[in-house]
Design a protein around this ligand. Structure first.
Ligand SMILES: [Zn+2]
Length: 73
């Protein structure tokens, strides 16, 4: 939804975003990644037609995910 600017559920193109913000506590969303110097930042995109939403993790946090988590293949 972020990259395509289109809802993957209904095809709608009326997309809203929260912008990036810090989540707290971070271990609810990303368990085992607890030694952040700062809380991770995320942004949410919401479809204005059906309400479907997706959360994206910022690049800095994404690197920690790659170090701590097993890749799903
Ligand atoms: Zn939708």
């Amino acid at each position: 939804m972020k990259l395509t600017k289109q809802c993957s559920e209904c095809g709608g193109r009326e997309i809203y975003t929260t912008g990036t913000y810090r989540i707290s506590p971070s271990n609810i969303l990303l368990p085992r990644i607890t030694n952040f110097t700062k809380q991770p930042r995320v942004e949410i995109y919401v479809c204005g037609n059906c309400g479907f939403h997706q959360m994206f993790i910022e690049q800095e946090t994404l690197q920690k995910v790659k170090e701590k988590y097993k890749r799903y293949e």
